[in-house]
Design a protein around this ligand. Structure first.
Ligand SMILES: [Zn+2]
Length: 366
């Protein structure tokens, strides 16, 4: 691994490396971008570059080796969701009294502390920031720089205020990296003490060429579809479950076809019947609802003569046929009904029942 493995946003990566080269990296950096834009990956790369035992130069700028003890241990944190789950499970295994006092961290290297939002509230808590304060003023033990990565910007008020105090007087050997989907969530006083670097969405063709290397088994129309659905976020494109999406979309298409074109109901019932309560049924239904929204949005693009914005490009023929009988009013009506189904799901109504009702109410309207 090296900086060249980071896909997209070359200007941001270049800027960071240029600051490393001149020893001018600020003590607080905010990396902002949507989920899957690469914030966490880039933060870990930065932690590696700051601590690499055999740093190298590529393209005339600082890089990390990816192989030394520091690089490899930091890289063990790269599967964030797996490490996070492990930390949650470890806490679950504690005695009740210890559980309450234990805050969540991900740490694979003594000088790199990763601070995730703490469940069940999924917010950064003051005890987590306290751990930062307790350690940040000690020189790094095995690396060269203490690095703290906050993976979310949802701070409890007291936690944000404590962090602010650290940012007012950070030690020279520490770097704090804050990851956020929306920098506006951070206190203005925190923002003003940090350098904010936005990771932008990549154009679909850039994601397509990335997918051609990551998923050579996918055909070109499939790559084009995933590139559009992942909305410019490489991480989303990489982990996109194409098979699950296509299966859910087939169900969504049947529901819309049956509502708009009438006819065979047996197909529709086959679809709605396959959605059952329980955790698995719930995930499946949520995927179906997401794909229904995605199709309705495409129908809206067709109805408003902007076909170039359609995302489900691989089924353009089906969409055009549906668009012949779906005007903007119907699409708005269907979106409202769908929102009702979502609300029903939150109240835990039987899934198949609310899906049946959804399909039936659309039919009456068309
Ligand atoms: Zn290294």
């Amino acid at each position: 691994m090296s900086f060249s493995d980071f896909h997209g946003n070359a200007d941001v990566v270049h800027r960071l490396r240029d600051m490393l080269a001149h020893d001018r990296l600020p003590h607080a950096v905010v990396l902002s971008g949507v989920q899957g834009s690469g914030k966490y990956t880039l933060a870990l790369m930065l932690a590696q570059a700051l601590n690499c035992l055999h740093p190298k130069q590529t393209g005339g700028l600082p890089d990390f080796c990816g192989q030394c003890a520091n690089c490899t241990r930091i890289a063990q944190a790269s599967d964030f969701s797996a490490r996070f789950e492990e930390a949650v499970e470890a806490r679950e295994g504690l005695r009740e009294t210890d559980k309450k006092e234990t805050r969540l961290f991900v740490q694979t290297h003594p000088d790199v502390l990763i601070i995730p939002p703490d469940p069940p509230q999924m917010m950064i808590k003051v005890d987590q920031v306290r751990r930062v304060i307790e350690t940040i003023y000690y020189r790094p033990a095995e690396g060269k720089e203490r690095v703290y990565i906050f993976t979310d910007s949802a701070f409890m008020k007291e936690a944000a205020n404590s962090l602010l105090k650290v940012l007012e007087e950070p030690p020279e050997f520490a770097t704090i990296i804050l990851l956020t989907e929306n920098p506006g969530e951070l206190l203005p006083t925190i923002r003003s003490r940090a350098m904010i670097l936005p990771l932008r969405a990549l154009p679909p063709d850039e994601i397509e060429s990335y997918l051609a290397r990551q998923h050579p088994e996918w055909k070109a129309p499939q790559r084009a579809l995933v590139a559009r659905l992942s909305e410019g976020a490489v991480g989303r494109a990489r982990s996109f479950d194409l098979a699950a999406y296509v299966a859910a979309r087939a169900g969504a298409l049947t529901i819309l076809k049956s509502s708009l074109q009438g006819g065979e109901h047996s197909e529709l019932f086959k679809v709605t019947e396959s959605y059952r309560p329980g955790a698995e049924g719930r995930a499946k239904t949520e995927e179906l609802i997401r794909t229904l929204y995605s199709l309705l949005r495409d129908l809206m693009f067709l109805a408003s003569s902007t076909p170039e914005l359609v995302r489900n490009t691989d089924i353009m023929g089906d969409l055009k046929k549906l668009a012949d009988s779906a005007d903007l009013d119907w699409i708005a009506f269907a979106s409202d009904r769908l929102a009702e189904v979502e609300r029903g799901m939150r109240r835990n109504l039987l899934r198949s029942l609310s899906l049946d009702a959804f399909a039936a109410s659309l039919e009456r309207a068309s």
